[in-house]
Design a protein around this ligand. Structure first.
Ligand code: PGA
Length: 253
């Protein structure tokens, strides 16, 4: 059985008090309402991470993620945060290659490969994001584009290392737009990705790979998306900022 995952990407939202309130509500709702084997991941901004960790430390279903890490191990990179720092405060995951990082900070596939390596060296699970723009979707070449993102940032990994990675498919045209990919569109890409991974690493590793969908995932569409055979959960932006919506999405398997 593949691991089911719902991860909340808070992006650049929530002050300390807001973040602690949201975390407390999610901890209580998850404890009261969530049964089964879904892994819940919270990805707050860096400065909130230690205190969020403190609130979730005794909750076995909820894990802590960073939204990014630098591609260098340490050194003179003012304002940056390393994978080892993230790991040292008890986080277990790091989102790598989110489309907003690619678009606004010009992150490229080769640079993301280095981030993935440092995450793994520091025992962090990379949640590696891929996905096409509207222009590429409309050109019809989106599967080739997405597979290339995976190839250039992940296929240098050994089979053992790759088996620790989580992939998130996030079509850029669906992020924060209210325009979700249909469950057919998500399933089509997830199945293509799994097949592509099987070609490189074999069926067993591909079968075990968790592939999350992201892009305007909400309580009212999560059930249909998560019911797709190759959709193993979600990476949630806007709806992760409301405890009720986020928990309802977690309960959508
Ligand atoms: P959204 O964001 O749910 O607000 O569309 C998803 C994401 O960017 O991870």
């Amino acid at each position: 059985m593949r691991q089911k995952i719902v991860a909340g990407n808070w992006k650049m939202n929530n002050t300390l008090n807001e973040g602690l309130k949201l975390t407390t509500e999610i901890v209580n709702m998850v404890a009261d309402e969530v049964r089964g084997d879904v892994k819940v991941i919270l990805a707050p901004p860096f400065v909130l991470m230690p205190q969020v960790k403190n609130l979730i430390k005794n909750v076995d279903k909820i894990y802590l993620s960073a939204q990014n890490c630098n591609e260098n191990a340490s050194g003179a990179f003012t304002g940056e945060i390393s994978a080892s720092m993230i790991s040292s405060i008890g986080a277990t995951h790091v989102i790598i290659g989110h489309s907003e990082r690619r678009e606004y900070f010009n992150e490229n596939n080769a640079q993301l490969a280095k981030k993935v390596d440092l995450a793994l060296v520091n025992n962090l699970t990379p949640i590696f994001c891929c996905g096409e723009s509207l222009e590429i979707r409309e050109s019809g070449n989106y599967e080739t584009f997405i597979c290339n993102q995976i190839k250039e940032s992940l296929f240098h990994l050994s089979a053992e290392a790759f088996s620790k990675v989580v992939i998130a498919y996030e079509p850029i045209w669906a992020i924060g737009t209210g325009k979700t990919a249909s469950s057919q569109q998500a399933q089509e890409v997830h199945a293509a990705l799994r097949k592509y991974v099987a070609g490189q690493y074999g069926d067993a590793i591909a079968e075990n790979l968790s592939i999350l969908y992201g892009g305007s995932c909400k309580p009212d569409n999560a059930k249909e998306l998560f019911a797709c055979p190759d959709v193993d959960g979600g990476l949630i932006g806007g709806a992760s900022l409301k405890s009720r919506d986020f928990t309802d999405i977690v309960k959508s398997f």
